[in-house]
Design a protein around this ligand. Structure first.
Ligand SMILES: [Zn+2]
Length: 232
């Protein structure tokens, strides 16, 4: 039994300082070449270095505007992390297939895991379809012969589901960022206990976790003290 680390790579340039926030927004809606001098995926890179130092493995979910350059792909390979689709345009099976293909073409490999960008409500960017419809994603993931869907519910006590076709779904996650967590009930200590006797997903966004000293420290404690797993 182990911790399943889910990294959603939302922002190509993070959100600080302001000009990087603006670049993130522009990249999300329009094409923008990757600008390493301005810290393209800098937060993800630092998070992967921390994971690799701790021998901890993760699922890393990419949007079409956050596809990694070569040196980040090398870090992903070095740590034996698993790459997935962070689905943005969930309007139809076809748009899902298009986004899967963009990620598969970038990595030159079949994608077997997915998560969804946004939990309903706000529309984040030009390609984003805001509604959160997990039953649809499970059906599409099965049709595309994927193995894993990690959902956005915020009650980490909800058990995983395995379908007759072999798709494993974790409907919810322990969101490390407190904005999406019942922090009275679901403390880091709770997570440390829980992950010893069952599989549980911890969701992080690199630009939020690494911007906060307390969350950074919690993240380090967790990855150094829990067994982590990727399931495929
Ligand atoms: Zn997202």
């Amino acid at each position: 039994m182990a911790l399943i680390i889910r990294i959603d790579v939302d922002r190509p340039y993070g959100k600080a300082p302001l000009f990087r926030h603006v670049l993130s927004r522009i990249s999300s809606d329009f094409y923008l070449p990757k600008l390493p001098g301005l810290g393209y995926l800098a937060e993800l890179e630092n998070m992967l270095i921390a994971l690799n130092n701790a021998n901890a493995r993760a699922y890393v979910f990419f949007r079409r505007c956050t596809l990694p350059p070569k040196h980040v792909i090398e870090l992903l390979h070095a740590g034996q992390h698993e790459v997935g689709l962070h689905l943005e345009n969930s309007r139809s099976f076809d748009t899902f297939r298009q986004e899967t293909k963009i990620v598969e073409d970038h990595f030159g490999t079949k994608i077997a895991a997915m998560s969804k960008h946004g939990s309903g409500g706000s529309k984040f960017g030009y390609h984003h379809y805001a509604q959160y419809e997990p039953a649809k994603y499970m059906e599409w993931a099965e049709r595309a012969s994927m193995r894993l869907f990690l959902g956005n519910l915020e009650d980490p006590t909800i058990d995983p589901i395995i379908s007759t076709k072999g798709l494993l779904t974790f409907p919810s996650a322990f969101w490390l960022e407190p904005h999406w967590r019942d922090t009275e009930r679901f403390t880091v200590d709770w997570l440390m206990q829980r992950a010893r006797d069952r599989d549980i997903v911890m969701l992080v966004h690199p630009e939020n976790v690494l911007a906060d000293p307390v969350l950074s420290s919690d993240f380090e404690t967790i990855i150094h003290n829990l067994d982590t797993t990727v399931l495929s």
